[in-house]
Design a protein around this ligand. Structure first.
Ligand SMILES: [Mg+2]
Length: 173
């Protein structure tokens, strides 16, 4: 099974955030946590706001690649979004034509626990170091490249569009 993260892996969370709240205060750099970049905002409230997530757009090319992956492997969407966002997230995935697959909005702690304890995830594709590092040793981790994970020395997908064009190999599991 391949677990796919949502925000900043297939949904352009940071793009939506910058569009709504402007560039981050720390010199416009996007390589640290939201709380560091936007110390003046109530991040905890914003990340529970369904309307914000409904307006996000997919990262270009994600649907096509996931469609191909889903024909070879089973997929699961595994997100650190708050569980209260489950229904609107299903709606968003359907609305943008993403492959049908189970979705778990587990919250940060729930996602960490799942990654550490489950052995059914063979591959994890995620942008956050926290989750990539938390995955059990049975899981192959792949970073979806974002400014904040560039220093991580692990296999990565730089963009779905490139991946799609170059037809990169993904191990069958
Ligand atoms: Mg993410």
């Amino acid at each position: 099974m391949i677990a796919i993260d949502l925000d900043d892996t297939i949904a352009d969370f940071m793009g939506g955030f910058v569009k709504k709240y402007g560039p981050p205060l720390c010199g416009g750099r996007l390589d640290t946590s939201l709380r560091m970049m936007y110390p003046h905002l109530d991040i905890d409230a914003i990340v529970r706001e369904p309307a914000f997530y409904l307006r996000l757009v997919p990262i270009e090319g994600a649907q096509r690649v996931l469609y191909k992956l889903s024909s070879m492997n089973s997929l699961i969407y595994l997100s650190a979004r708050d569980p209260s966002l489950q229904d609107i997230t299903v709606k968003w995935l359907r609305g943008w034509g993403f492959s049908a697959a189970p979705l778990i909005c587990a919250g940060t702690e729930g996602k960490l626990m799942m990654l550490r304890r489950t052995n059914f995830i063979q591959i994890l594709i995620d942008d956050m170091e926290l989750f990539l590092r938390a995955a059990s040793s049975d899981t192959q981790v792949i970073a979806y490249t974002q400014p904040w994970n560039k220093k991580l020395n692990i296999p990565r997908i730089n963009s779905w569009r490139d991946y799609d064009k170059r037809g990169l190999f993904m191990p069958k599991v």
